[in-house]
Design a protein around this ligand. Structure first.
Ligand code: PEP
Length: 252
């Protein structure tokens, strides 16, 4: 049975002391929750990963990163490598987020390198895909998502692919307060699972965790996660507030 996940993408938010407070609050709240075949992943800014790992050690969540550079080491000022994350036991890393595609011009090919670099070190990519509004309006959303998966993921062997988590994040829903309807989410998630089945096999598709992301909150998480192909969420803004985040976790 595939695992359900709620992952918090903190983006570039919180000072160190605010981050410590939030992590501790979430850890305390998670102590009261039983997660069955489900996982909570927190992806704070890289600077806070070590602190988060210390808290996670005695708690019920896993730590992820938001980005890597796809080399083990070298002259890449300002970047962090998957080897560095591996030594800290970081389990997941977000890849292909629309903000990185847009503001840092990350291409399909560069994302493919990042995926490979993570998997080489046993770190699971949370691979984001999704269309912008004009692409949906032009009925191109399936093609856009297909291309993102084919170009950056489908070179992987079946064994390697099984370590990938996919996050469908329609860009028009990220940080806008406009959520995809449960029907839109289910339709795209089923489409993605179908692509995986066609490229790999039915068992691999069935076991692939596919998250929804885009203005998911405590109110809409329940109906989104109830869809047969929606296996949890990648949460931005709502992951910065303990109560709201825990409402989303309780929808798992
Ligand atoms: C995100 O950035 O991954 C995201 C889903 O953001 P938000 O929940 O704020 O829309």
């Amino acid at each position: 049975m595939r695992k359900k996940i709620v992952a918090g993408n903190w983006k570039m938010n919180k000072t160190f002391s605010e981050a410590e407070t939030l992590i501790t609050e979430i850890a305390d709240a998670l102590d009261e929750v039983t997660l069955t075949n489900a996982e909570v992943v927190l992806c704070p800014p890289a600077l806070y990963i070590e602190m988060a790992m210390d808290v996670a050690f005695e708690s019920n969540f896993t730590v992820g990163a938001q980005n890597i550079y796809p080399e083990d080491s070298g002259a890449f000022t300002g970047e962090i490598s998957p080897l560095m994350l591996k030594e800290l036991n970081v389990a997941y890393c977000i890849i292909g987020h629309s903000e990185r595609r847009k503001y840092f011009n990350e291409t399909h090919q560069f994302l493919m390198k990042k995926v490979d670099a993570l998997l080489k070190h046993g770190i699971r990519p949370i691979f984001c895909c999704g269309e912008i509004l004009s692409e949906r309006e032009a009925n191109q959303h399936f093609k856009v998502v297909n291309d993102q998966l084919v170009e950056s993921l489908f070179h992987l062997t079946t064994e390697a692919f099984r370590n990938v988590v996919i996050a469908y994040e329609p860009v028009w829903a990220i940080g806008t307060g406009v959520t995809a309807s449960k029907e839109q989410a289910q339709e795209m998630h089923a489409y993605i699972r179908g692509l995986v089945a066609k490229k790999y096999d039915a068992k691999t598709a069935d076991e692939t965790t596919i998250l929804y992301g885009g203005s998911c909150n405590g109110k809409n998480a329940g109906e989104l996660f109830a869809q047969p192909d929606v296996d949890g969420g990648l949460i931005g803004g709502a992951s910065l507030k303990t109560d709201e985040f825990m409402q989303i976790v309780s929808a798992l």
